[in-house]
Design a protein around this ligand. Structure first.
Ligand code: TRP
Length: 462
């Protein structure tokens, strides 16, 4: 590796910038769109408890693993594995990550496009109606169109592409630093409104009173998948971001903080949404349309609803954009570093690829509605396979790599910032988790959740 290129490599310039970017990656549609609807579809509070367990035992350790190898190697998802193990095929884990970035972006940009479109619908008053059924109609008309959702998807790709081209410090860091705090403030306002709706109690009970009879292996798989998706782990986005983190940051502390802050945002989004769902007679298990149909009704019930509604979708768009930056950065860093492409060329080629693939997701509510892959529409296929298959499998390999290949001595050195931090005990707990708990837990959940374990269970039960 030549030294000059090493020096020119960009990085995050401050601790606040690091947190903003990493949290900016974690916080996104996952919190405001996915968390509420997956929680709704899987029975509420009991699901959330399983999710928290997945975060603590699997999500946080994998995030930390990615940061450790990223920061140590200062390389992209593929380059990091190549740098640490040049003679073994571990780099394929990074390669699968680059592929996952395309698959996630394919459906993520569809939803982000809807959110962008909603900013204008909200501001223009199209969503201001006392009748919840009208908001369903607005949503259904948008997603079952062709030109309109495609236009917004392309728009989203151009916006994120432009920021990525501006670079790590001037693009990613600068944008996320301003937008994260704003998102918090707006969520607080939303929560206050939602909690003061008549009948809010039912929504809160759904969110916080667990009914353990609702837990099935499918629910556990969904919780695990959500934990990966939420923390942006399992595909090298955090390796890539880790490569921009300075040697003084306390990595384990940061991973824990990011996971906590991210969970707070998810719960706040849940509090904004579920009381309204019950108050207005919607079903909590509506699926991906939940956010787009209930949130407008919450705003309708408040003074200056139109302003707040537009602002809410602006902030959701921003959260989505911060997350997409980390997804785009994975292929871009890979192409610029492994093939010496310019940032511009890498970005353009990447968004072109995502746009082509992603159009099939966007059109799966209209002209491609009947086309299925393994029994799912393109949109559902990308969503399900990435969260519930590719990210967990990526997580297994990342954990195994750090735990068994890279090993204790290297981990200890990187995690303690070359001995500056006295976190020996933490290193040990972490090593135990990545060597044993993470891989075993994921394998079990995958086998069970994907129905591969049925023959074994029926054998045991005999
Ligand atoms: N975490 C983001 C969200 O919740 C999505 C995301 C960004 C992501 N980067 C990722 C998911 C990398 C998986 C992998 O919206």
């Amino acid at each position: 590796m030549n030294k000059e290129k090493y020096h020119k490599r960009e990085g995050f310039s401050s601790s606040i910038g690091v947190i903003a970017a990493v949290l900016g990656s974690a916080v996104g549609l996952g919190n405001i769109w996915k968390f509420p609807y997956v929680t709704g579809a899987n029975g509420g509070a009991a699901f959330i408890l399983v999710y928290l367990l997945c975060l603590a035992l699997v999500g946080i350790p994998v995030m930390l693993s990615e940061h450790l190898i990223g920061r140590h190697t200062k390389a992209n998802a593929v380059g990091a594995f190549k740098a640490l193990q040049p003679r073994r095929p571990w780099f394929l884990v990074g390669g699968a990550g680059v592929l996952s970035a395309f698959l996630i972006m394919a459906f993520y940009t569809t939803v982000a496009g809807w959110v962008y479109a909603y900013i204008f619908k909200a501001a223009g008053g199209a969503l201001l109606t006392a009748n919840p059924e009208d908001t369903s109609l607005v949503f259904n008309t948008l997603v079952s169109g062709v030109g309109e959702p495609l236009f917004w998807q392309i728009f989203v790709l151009l916006v994120t592409g432009t920021i990525i081209m501006a670079g790590v410090t001037k693009g990613i860091e600068r944008v996320t630093k301003v937008l994260m705090p704003l998102l918090f403030v707006l969520l607080i306002i939303m929560d206050i409104r939602s909690l003061t709706l008549p009948g809010a109690g039912e929504g809160l009970a759904f969110l916080f009173k667990p009914d353990f009879s609702k837990i099935t292996v499918g629910v556990i798989l969904a919780a695990l998948g959500l934990a990966f998706f939420k923390l942006s782990v399992g595909m090298g986005a955090m390796i890539t971001y880790g490569s921009y983190i300075s040697k003084n940051e306390n990595l384990p502390k940061m991973a824990i903080r990011v996971a906590l802050a991210d969970t707070l945002v998810s719960l706040m989004a849940g509090i904004a949404i579920f009381p309204a769902v019950f108050a207005f007679g919607f079903k909590p298990d509506a699926g991906p349309s939940l956010l787009f149909i209930t949130i407008p009704t919450v705003f309708n019930a408040m003074p200056f609803g139109r302003v707040f509604m537009a602002l809410f979708f602006v902030l959701t768009a921003i959260a989505a954009t911060g997350a997409m930056l980390s997804l785009l950065e994975v292929p871009v860093a890979y192409l610029t570093e492994q093939y010496q492409w310019t940032r511009r060329k890498a970005t353009l080629v990447t968004i072109l690829g995502i746009g082509s693939l992603g159009s099939t997701a966007t059109l799966s509510n209209s002209i491609l509605a009947k086309v299925t892959v393994f029994g799912r529409t393109f949109f559902d296929f990308f969503d399900f396979t990435t969260s519930n298959v590719l990210l967990p499998i990526g997580g297994i390999f990342i954990a195994l790599f750090v735990g068994w290949q890279w090993g204790y001595a290297n981990v200890k050195q990187e995690m303690s910032n070359d001995g500056q931090l006295k976190n020996d005990q933490l290193v040990r707990i972490y090593m135990f988790l990545v060597k044993f708990i993470v891989p075993i837990a994921i394998v079990l959940v995958l086998l069970a959740g994907l129905d591969l374990i049925k023959p074994i269970i029926s054998f045991i039960n005999q």
